[in-house]
Design a protein around this ligand. Structure first.
Ligand code: FAD
Length: 222
């Protein structure tokens, strides 16, 4: 590496925007304080092949007259330590290179995916509510059923905007004004409310402390 230190250079970096490899997340124990088992299972076979193809395209681009004649470009072709057993430039060499040199983009997604009810691996529904766990939404990168092409940040901001809109909408619908309510007093000072409001009409849905609440309705079912 010493011979190229301080010299001008460029690099072409093939990126796998839509990897086919799928990782796994498994619970090790039923104790929630235990970390799960996570194996990203990176670089399963088709992905390696795609990256090798990308390297070949990069080599072709670097070998065009535009790069060679205009910039005097030449590849740094010292064999990678660890891959010297393979013939330099062969497919096996590039497979070895990919397995040694690849990095992740940290675009972790899909651990908590949104799917239809028939998918036993689905976790949240189309409104991001966790199935069979009323009152809980997941709003982050994990809900995407598959990875978006390349960068994840912008799509996740979109998911967050949509998720917050849905939650606000739900609360707005659930808000019950005083005049709609029938009060049932209990000795501990809280009032459980029953109202004609379509989204807030059973006792367990609504709990309001009359001291500080006016239009507040806690909707446990989100
Ligand atoms: C090094 C790196 C570089 C990246 N570069 C890019 C890029 O250039 N472009 C791009 O589009 N994407 C990039 N990404 C990916 C992008 O940042 C993520 O996909 C995105 O931020 C994920 O959003 P999220 O809301 O799902 O999770 P996060 O952004 O990770 O947010 C999770 C939040 O939850 C908090 N949290 C965690 N545990 C708890 C807890 N127990 N209680 C309360 N809060 C908790 C964390 O502090 C954090 O604020 C990069 C990621 C990394 C790691």
């Amino acid at each position: 590496m010493g011979e190229i230190l301080g010299r001008e250079g460029f690099c072409i970096r093939p990126i796998l925007g839509l990897p086919k490899s799928r990782g796994i997340i498994m619970l090790k124990l039923t104790n929630v304080h235990n970390h799960p088992y996570i194996d990203p299972q990176l670089l399963l076979h088709p992905d390696v092949k795609a990256l090798v193809k990308g390297i070949k395209v990069a080599l072709e681009v670097g070998n065009t007259s535009a790069f060679i004649n205009n910039f005097g470009a030449e590849f740094y072709d010292k064999p990678l330590p660890g891959c010297t057993a393979e013939m330099y430039g062969s497919d096996c060499y590039w497979v070895c290179y990919v397995r040694h040199m690849s990095t992740t983009f940290y675009h972790l997604t899909g651990g908590c995916k949104m799917t239809t009810a028939s998918d036993s691996y689905g976790v949240v529904d189309h409104t991001l509510r966790v199935r069979e766990a009323g009152g809980l939404r997941v709003v982050d990168a994990s809900i995407t059923p598959f990875i978006t092409n390349v960068n994840t940040n912008a799509p996740i901001i979109m998911i967050a905007e949509k998720g917050s809109d849905m939650a606000k909408q739900k609360w707005k619908r659930a808000a019950v004004s005083w005049h709609q309510l029938t009060y049932l007093s209990f000795p501990h000072g809280f009032v459980y409310l029953s109202s004609g409001h379509p989204h807030c009409n059973i006792y367990s849905d609504c709990q309001i402390n009359p001291e500080d609440a006016h239009d507040r309705c806690v909707d446990f079912n989100l």
